[in-house]
Ligand binder design. Structure first.
Ligand SMILES: [Zn+2]
Length: 281
């Protein structure tokens, strides 16, 4: 008698196979197959670097800084890390310190592949804007991360409904005092590096509230989908690029892909309302 788990795995493998084939036929976006295509394009055109290596080397040539914010679903991050590992790419994974996301086993596995692990902090949100409390939380959480891996870069998490912007912590404190060499929002010169982000499950979306670098340039370049990013990378328009990919948005399972699509579209409606409200006040 096959166990329930075996039956599930059999069903899941079958469902994943049919879903992958279906995606190919109709050209669906935000699937792991599409991500592989994106990685292969990056490799053909650029040297892929982690945030840490970019900041240490400060290269002038063609490089792509590959960054992931692990906001939810750490298992998706593991899948993505394996894909990159198979292709010979190393990138940076910023994990939140949150139940269900901060998973030491998964973090160790990803670090073991040679990827960089970073701390995706949200301490001003957690401390409700109290800077003193926020820096204490930062120290504690950083200590927890360093029990399991090296941390040399950090990156803020942007909560669209929070009043605070987490990177503002560094207007009062200095992250270098914590042996941190950089923060992508503060340490990369985006005049030189073109920024692509899948925040809002759209590329360089107008719905983005806190993740909006190169906003003026973005209004000039219309990016509809990942195929457009692939075209831009192949055209070699930018010497250096930074690409932010959220692993939770990319799926090879139809149910998860569909839920993410519905959930993100609902969130985008909320974000549009927030943006409209902010312009009015
Ligand atoms: Zn985040």
């Amino acid at each position: 008698m096959p166990s329930l788990l075996n039956l599930f795995l059999k069903y899941d493998i079958k469902a994943t196979f049919y879903f992958t084939e279906f995606c190919k036929v109709i050209g669906m976006d935000f699937t792991l197959d599409k991500y592989i295509e994106l990685c292969e394009t990056i490799m053909k055109n650029y040297e892929a670097l982690t945030v840490r290596n970019y900041l240490l080397k400060k290269p002038n040539g063609k490089v792509a800084i590959l960054r992931h914010d692990v906001d939810r679903k750490p298992l998706n991050a593991l899948k993505m890390a394996k894909i990159e590992d198979n292709l010979g790419i190393t990138s940076t994974y910023y994990f939140r310190m949150k139940e269900g996301v901060f998973n030491p086993n998964i973090i160790k596995k990803i670090a073991g592949m040679g990827h960089e692990i970073g701390y995706h902090y949200e301490v001003l949100d957690k401390a409700k804007g109290d800077f003193k409390k926020a820096i204490e939380i930062f120290k504690e959480e950083l200590k927890e991360f360093r029990k399991i891996c090296n941390i040399s870069t950090i990156c803020m998490h942007g909560n669209p409904i929070s009043k605070w912007t987490n990177k503002d912590l560094w207007k009062k404190y200095d992250f270098r005092e914590f042996d941190i060499i950089g923060e992508p929002y503060l340490s990369i010169d985006y005049e030189k590096v073109f920024y692509f982000t899948d925040t809002s499950r759209k590329w360089n979306s107008r719905f983005s509230i806190k993740d909006n670098i190169n906003e003026n340039v973005n209004t000039q370049i219309k990016i509809k989908d990942t195929d457009d990013i692939i075209k831009i990378i192949n055209n070699g328009q930018s010497t250096q690029v930074c690409i932010l990919v959220h692993p939770n948005r990319w799926n090879d399972n139809f149910a998860e892909w569909f839920i993410e699509l519905i959930w993100q579209n609902a969130k985008n409606m909320g974000k549009a309302a927030i943006k409209k409200y902010k312009k009015l006040i």
